[in-house]
Design a protein around this ligand. Structure first.
Ligand SMILES: NC(=O)C1=CN([C@@H]2O[C@H](COP(=O)(O)OP(=O)(O)OC[C@H]3O[C@@H](n4cnc5c(N)ncnc54)[C@H](O)[C@@H]3O)[C@@H](O)[C@H]2O)C=CC1
Ligand SMILES: O=Cc1ccc(S(=O)(=O)O)cc1
Length: 477
């Protein structure tokens, strides 16, 4: 059986502890599994100095050589999949099978961006004789990155992959609740031969760290994934200091179910995907707008499948859904469910926690939810689905666009005309049809409206980590 790693900071290529620590809990049983060192100001200063040195080396390292180190680190993570997955399940609660998939997804980000590192092409711009115009893409500098607790490995991987592929150095503050995924990444890069200082990993009080790092001249770009409230705060701080940001924020994903699909199959797909990572995914399908012709059959299939979800400690191979990440989520979900029922929603499954040990909240299905219920506006970030009936595609799209969020959106239909209508009108960064997968390494991922700006992954994923320099070269003075 693998063990949970000893938690350390990683600064200037070395592991370090501090006297001040934060306990890390297993949400399946509330036991303490680790003590996380809190970075002191001196650790942050050391990380800044190391990242400055690391940038000098890494930005002058050939893209092919960068890619080789990234691919070696990724291969090590694949070899260590069982150990990393065990750590993720221990600190977050996610079923071990999903944790293994998360490790693979994180590796795919490194592998994709390692390839993109070698394709950051500039242009030669047509010009008059005697002068040449060209552009090159250079690393933006040292990046301050902040990753959330819901994907402890793949979310840090996203940011580290983009920054390192572009030739930047990074100071990553990973989530205090789930630090081990980022720690395993740092370990893999250390073992793969990444020069000291290129990647630095710190933990602590989030606002203290962001408040200290972002204003520093040396930090040239800020990448954050998390709530819209925190993202806006960091965007404000960055803008005060004139720095660009990449913000991947909240979502409240609509799913438009047209009447030309099999309602049983669609309901089962919806319920299965809803409980992925206990619904704690920014792209989690949440508001199902189902055509009235198939509504009842969809609801039956969805609620039956949701209620049958094997909910237990994620370390068991048979578990389909583990606990939510912490007590805050249980409280928030309970309040949202009670509020919706009070306002007239029908509760068909779940709605409450189970057990006295651990943070287990049952898959929850709310039907015919009125507009004034809080859950119609607030991201539940848990295993909670809203299913409402609509009379037309037009009504569904209007409902889908009614919130300020615009991250992932989904449709289920076999009609090309319906797809075209959704593509043209649904306000979202990512629209997926007949699949509830919104993000893979090779496609750009990100939001519109309150869900953020910028894209991670795909061909454009490195653009935020580079700056374009234009050369105007006259052949003679
Ligand atoms: N888009 C996503 O993947 C995520 C979204 N969220 C959203 O946030 C809501 C609340 O989550 P909580 O963890 O309870 O609260 P939160 O908003 O306090 O924390 C979210 C994340 O932001 C980080 N953070 C908070 N303040 C920060 C600051 N000043 N500087 C830098 N990082 C900071 C935290 O370390 C954490 O990882 C969730 O219900 C969900 O809606 C949370 C985690 C991930
Ligand atoms: O919570 C948002 C989120 C989480 C994971 C992923 S990915 O599957 O690792 O790409 C994307 C968005």
């Amino acid at each position: 059986m693998p063990t949970y790693p000893e938690l350390k900071l990683y600064v200037a290529g070395e592991w370090r502890s501090t006297a001040d620590t934060i306990p890390v809990l297993n949400p399946a049983n509330d036991s303490v599994i680790g003590a996380l060192p809190v970075a002191r100001t001196s650790d942050l200063d050391d990380a800044l100095a190391a990242a400055e040195h690391g940038l000098k080396i890494w930005s002058r390292t050939a893209p092919r050589a960068r890619a080789e180190i990234m691919l070696r680190a990724s291969a090590l993570l694949r070899e260590r999949n069982e150990e990393v997955a065990f750590a993720i399940t221990s600190e977050l609660g996610k079923p071990i099978r999903q944790a293994r998939q998360e490790v693979i997804r994180g590796c795919e980000f490194f592998e994709w961006d390692a390839g993109e590192a070698q394709r950051t092409y500039g242009h030669v711009i047509p010009s008059e004789p005697g002068i040449r115009y060209m552009t090159v893409h250079q690393p933006i500098g040292t990046v301050a990155a902040f990753s959330p607790w819901n994907f402890p490995m793949s979310q840090p991987a996203r940011k580290i992959a983009g920054a390192l592929a572009a030739g930047c150095s990074v100071i990553l503050k990973a989530a205090e609740e789930t630090p081990a995924g980022a720690l395993h990444i740092a370990r893999a890069f250390h073992d793969a031969g990444l020069p000291p200082g290129v990647l630095n990993l710190v933990f602590g009080v989030p606002s203290d760290i962001s408040g200290y790092l972002i204003p520093h001249d040396q930090i040239r770009m800020i990448a954050f994934t998390g709530s819209t409230v925190v993202g806006r705060h960091l965007t404000g701080l960055a803008s005060q200091h004139g720095k660009p940001v990449l913000m991947e924020l909240g979502g409240h994903a609509p799913v438009i179910v047209c009447d030309d699909v099999d309602p049983h199959q669609a309901g089962i797909l919806g319920a299965t995907r809803k409980v992925r990572n206990a619904g704690q995914v920014c792209t989690s399908p949440t508001r199902f707008f189902v055509h009235e012709n198939i509504f009842d059959r969809f609801v039956d299939a969805f609620a039956t499948r949701a209620a049958a979800t094997v909910t237990a400690d994620g370390i068991e191979e048979s578990t389909e859904m583990g606990p939510v990440a912490n007590a805050r989520r249980v409280e928030a979900l309970t309040a949202l469910s009670e509020d919706a029922v009070t306002k007239g929603a029908r509760l068909l499954a779940g709605g409450h926690r189970i057990g006295t040990k651990g943070q287990f909240f049952l898959p929850t299905v709310l039907v015919d939810v009125p507009q004034n219920a809080r859950v119609m506006q607030e991201e539940p970030f848990g295993p909670m689905a809203i299913i409402n009936r609509v009379a037309s595609l037009d009504e569904a799209i209007t409902q889908a666009n009614a919130l300020p969020y615009g991250l992932a959106a989904y449709g289920m239909t076999h009609s090309a005309a319906n797809v075209e209508e959704m593509l043209n009108r649904v306000e979202a960064g990512n629209l997926s049809i007949n699949t509830l997968e919104a993000s893979v390494a090779e496609t750009p991922f990100g939001g519109v409206k309150a869900s953020g700006f910028g894209r991670e992954g795909g061909q454009s994923g490195l653009s935020h980590y580079t700056v374009i320099k234009t050369l105007s070269h006259r052949m003679a003075l």
